[in-house]
Design a protein around this ligand. Sequence first.
Ligand code: MG
Length: 303
Amino acid sequence: MKNYVCQVPEFAKANVFVNNPELVNEKLANLIQGGFHKLQVVSDFDKTITKQHQNGKIHISSFGMFSSCPSVTEEHTRIANEINKKYAPCEVDPTIPKSEKRRLMEEWWSQSEDSLRGLCVSREEIEEVCARIGPELRDGTKELFEELHKADVPVLVFSAGLGDTVQAVLKHFNVNLPNVEVISNFLKYDNEGRITGFKNSTIHVYNKNEVALKGTDFYKRIEDRENAILMGDSLGDAAMVDGVETVKNVLKIGFLYERSKEALPEYMNTFDIVLVDDQTMNLPKAILGLIKNSFNNLGNGKA
Ligand SMILES: [Mg+2]
């Protein structure tokens, strides 16, 4: 088997950590063998497609962009801050069992949904704010997405954040291409333009999994794609395709930035490849390059 981890220059960088190079080589070989028509990409949004920081500042989240809309009332902001202050520490508390965390996350999301009801924040206003103050995408994201579009590879942007702002940012950077599907929490409006809640059942950190998409049109598009490249910045993101029987080979890429020293061992146990403070898509692009080159070689008469 080829040793891609040693041969691809992007792996040699000091901020790239691979726990089990043999396993990664095996997974890469499977991706290459399957080619683009067996591939799907599943990615988190906040701090995965967007940069984790820029100019010394942590980037604004999808909910943060919404809160910055001028029509959001002070009352909403006050309540939202209170709710977040209560639940955010629970999400990362290692002493709370997973089942309890799941219940707490459901409480958090349902209270957030309640706090949105009655607000009049139009889609146009959201798009305008996202374009003005929204985060930048990782360097190379546009090229990566265009390459995936050309190769007809479905991309699932899976976000427990707010879908309306996720979509607005993707639109602003011209990467909401036809092969891209955003699964997230989308706002529902009444005829007077008031927000009435979320459109579907909520997606939070602990139910963010492709299994939940069974039966949807998007699921039909990925059913026969047994290879997946998964990208995320939270440990929970690594489980986005767990339990999906049709996916046989998943290469998990984790982006780590905050508290990287203490978190690195757990990230390395959870993701196949960990990129520490890497604000680019260079490595995912290099992996696509491997798949593409092998396809070109086959096309040039080797097969
Ligand atoms: Mg994230």
